[in-house]
Design a protein around this ligand. Structure first.
Ligand code: HEM
Length: 463
């Protein structure tokens, strides 16, 4: 433990801080980008559950994987932390008005606005849609064909988000948005290209052939399409639909102001960005584990065969215990997002044995928390049964983060994951085409199975 004197305004504050990682900043940055699991695990082993890391483009970060500390942070008064300003790294994708970049009252207000379509009764209707889209996409495959699960699942989850958020169906604009968004996210496909998203200093436009130049040109075309859609929808406001864009077009703030085009564009990009690649990656991982461990697949198939899959209410399907356990274990072992959003302290705080000054950046590490052997014995093993035997607290199992920033799409993504998996497993016989166990690799801000999981369609079966 390190004790330093910090001046935090009026009072001098004695800070007792955790140990700093000894490696220089540049080395930690390289390890964090290229070998994040090795970096995190070896550091935790030598320094414990709370340590201070340094990465380029970021202030020093306190990395935390202690459930008691996580509970304190998630349950503290939301005013104690800023998160939006710590998320600047994704501003080029989602814009400055995105919920993800907001703090304080604006964050609370915008969250209230965006929450209803992701909860309650709406979910039932989405369930049918998830099933339909899965069948449409999977039916295009022919027996014997090999495919990459992450790409196929992304096709499904992008269609899902375009239908639910924009109310968009097949058509030229739909196709263009689909292609552009996929290409933009593919720009950060490899760990090397991800540095352009992670390091602000590399975000320079050096022409249409340079990595950042390519990205911003695609973003400009996508923006044009989104603004066209917003304009047309404003003009035909008499026929507002059930989708989220319709909802946002109709709301006014306390001063009677409607959302501006830029605000709408930024929230649409937020849903597109946060809402489809994450879910697709989670489903691809689940398909991997189910086909890598045939006994897990058999158990799940037995459970699915015990219900009437054609007619079951999607909300009932989501309650199936083994299906739930498989999805939870998938999100535990390799969480799609390794860190919750940063929390930047707005006043000094005592946390466990430490005293942190105002301005400290806390980074809750989902990956390390999910790999604690005191909570999850043999953490490197895929064992869905652990979720049948024990109920984990929200500070031990946190794939969607927590507190006032908890993932807005949690219920939506969990349901989508379960319906897509149940539909695929019960209707399509697949075989795994991987000879080696798969490890996670960085893709932008998410961690996906290396190579995307190669599967082959053996046969389609009717229920
Ligand atoms: C398996 C899929 C997903 C995972 C693993 C995931 C994970 C996360 C995590 C870890 C956070 C940060 C929470 C925190 O710091 O406490 C987050 C925030 C967020 N997620 Fe998700 N997410 C998923 C799907 C979705 C979907 C489907 C949507 C919307 C359509 C969505 C929208 C958001 C938004 C808007 C935020 C920011 C919330 C705020 O700032 O208040 N996510 N997500």
């Amino acid at each position: 433990m390190v004790v330093t004197k910090q001046n935090t305004g009026n009072t001098e504050f004695s800070a007792k801080l955790p140990v700093k990682v000894a490696d220089p900043k540049w080395l930690q940055t390289i390890k964090g980008i290229l070998r994040p699991i090795y970096y995190l695990e070896t550091t935790r082993k030598s320094l414990g559950d709370i340590f201070i890391a340094e990465f380029a483009s970021f202030p020093d970060q306190v990395i935390i994987s202690d459930p008691e500390a996580i509970q304190k942070i998630f349950t503290a008064d939301a005013k104690l932390f800023l998160s939006g300003s710590g998320n600047e790294v994704i501003q080029p994708l989602v814009g400055t008005n995105s919920l993800i970049l907001l703090d304080g009252d604006r964050h609370i207000q915008q969250r209230k606005l965006l929450m209803p379509p992701f909860h309650g009764e709406r979910m039932r209707a989405y369930g049918q849609l998830f099933r339909q889209i899965t069948q449409q996409v999977m039916d295009k495959l022919t027996p014997g064909e090999t495919f990459i699960a992450r790409e196929k699942m992304q096709e499904i989850s992008l269609q899902v988000i375009l239908r639910t958020v924009f109310g968009l169906q097949e058509g030229e604009r739909y196709q263009q948005i689909q292609t552009l968004l996929t290409e933009m996210l593919d720009s950060f496909e490899s760990p090397i290209s991800a540095v352009f998203l992670l390091l602000k200093s590399l975000q320079i436009d050096l022409g249409s052939l340079s990595p950042w130049g390519k990205f911003i040109r695609k973003r400009a075309i996508l923006d044009k399409l989104l603004y066209q859609e917003i304009k047309e929808r404003r003009q035909q406001n008499q026929s507002l639909g059930e989708d989220i864009l319709s909802l946002l077009l109709s709301v006014q703030d306390e001063n009677g102001q409607f959302m501006s085009d830029t605000e709408l564009r930024d929230e649409l990009m937020t849903m597109l960005f946060a809402g489809h690649e994450t879910t697709a990656t989670a489903i691809a991982w689940a398909l991997y584990w189910l086909h890598y461990l045939p006994e897990v697949k058999e158990k799940l198939l037995n459970e699915l065969h015990s219900v009437d899959l054609e007619n079951i209410d999607p909300m009932e399907l989501a309650k199936l215990p083994y299906l739930n356990a498989v999805c939870s274990e998938t999100l535990r072992i390799y969480p799609v997002v390794f860190f919750a959003f940063p929390r930047i302290l707005q006043a000094p705080m005592q946390l466990l044995d430490y005293q942190f000054p105002q301005g400290t950046m806390f980074s809750i590490c989902i990956y390390l928390t999910h790999h604690r052997s005191d909570i999850y014995p043999e953490p490197e093993k895929f064992l869905p049964e652990r979720f049948l035997e024990k109920q984990f607290s929200p500070y031990e199992f946190l794939p969607f983060g927590g507190g006032n920033r908890r993932c807005l799409g949690m219920a939506f993504a969990s349901l989508e994951m379960k319906i897509v998996l149940a539909t695929i497993l019960s209707r399509y016989k697949l075989t795994l085409q991987e000879s080696q166990p798969l490890k996670p690799v960085r893709r932008g801000l998410t961690f996906t199975p290396a190579g995307g999981v190669h599967l082959a369609l053996q046969e389609k079966s009717s229920l």
